[in-house]
Design a protein around this ligand. Sequence first.
Ligand code: ACO
Length: 387
Amino acid sequence: MSSPEIYSPGLEGVLAGETAISTVSDGLSYRGYSVGDLAEKCSFDEVAYLLLHNELPTPRQLAEFQARVAAGRRLPDPLHSLFKSLPRWTSSMDALRTAVSILAHFDQDTSDNSHDANLRKAERLLAQVPLAVADHYRISKGLQTVPARKDLSHAANFLYMLNGSEPNPAAVRALDVSLILYAEHEFNASAFTARVVCSTESDLHSSIVAAIGALKGRLHGGANEEVMELLQKAGGPEGAEKWVREALARKERIMGFGHRVYKAGDERARILKVHARKAAEAAGNLRWEETADIIERVVLAEKGLHPNLDWPAGRLYHCLNLEIPLYTPIFVMSRVAGWSAHVIEQLGHNRLIRPRARYTGPARRSVKPLAELGWGSRLGRRLPIFG
Ligand code: ACO
């Protein structure tokens, strides 16, 4: 057994595998296309196809893909019964994690790990996740669920199911851009989690359930919900500077800032900021944009930290009248494409992911039998019952 010498806390700077899906070197790109180019010229549906099928689709391939995804927009009845019986305080992310686990029971391909079966499962999950988010949301509010539409895109159908009305095209486009930017990000914590799970030859649904658990944390996807809460705590442009200086003095983390890889700024945040501002202008309320600008200036000056994608995403979703507990589930609606691509890639040339750890426990020592401590023989004798 070799004795590894390389140790990097949090695996910072470690190359933990190979991928052809995306890279953050020289700016983020998915399968060779920069995210800026994709966000400007493509729809999320095209980008999801790119991630799952390696190339951007032709018009015909896109139509066939959208038809397959639309046909998968169905949830098994027991999932609705479960949503109705979950405790009132269940968060949307927890409900979604459970929903994906339940969907595994109803998918005829769950235990088939072949490439084709994994693609079928990935497309079905892409179809089902927005339904689970929208249906749980409406049920938790005591509202009737709205049947999915087959003629709408991923983003448009979600807004339609959530609100029960025809979505506004500008809102659909803004949400769509955010989904493109959220879709994939190399070996982030949740994608790596998905790869670790499937590297044991477990299945795609198990990998996605675990990835949702990893995304939920506030250092990862959970930050987009905290961003809007933070802006509300800051109270508006009047008190923003005082609030953020005091928060930094208390050594609080300002959600939506900093990144493990991007130390000079996250281009996804720069792209989405434009859309967040446009949506705020359309809503006739620039209050949170102005508050955000002040906080950005102070955090950069005091800590040298730039905003990450979650910073404008929280504000954009607020302008689209989406409630805060939906923000991280919306991230899942998009990232499920990237996670699935990682599972498929990992299984394509799998090697069990099993690193080593630096041991920090006690030095080797020997067991003292209980008998020697006055407790009689340790084996074959009942322990005394206390209390
Ligand atoms: N607010 C205040 N200080 C921060 C922040 C922040 N958001 N981020 C980092 N710092 C500080 C740390 O306290 C630390 O300071 P110190 O050296 O004085 O102790 C220093 O910057 C380095 O921080 P690390 O935690 O070592 O940086 P790391 O690369 O591990 O962290 C992370 C990256 C976890 C994203 C961090 O920046 C953070 O907590 N940000 C807030 C949460 C967030 O926005 N997450 C979303 C990530 S992007 C995404 O998931 C789409």
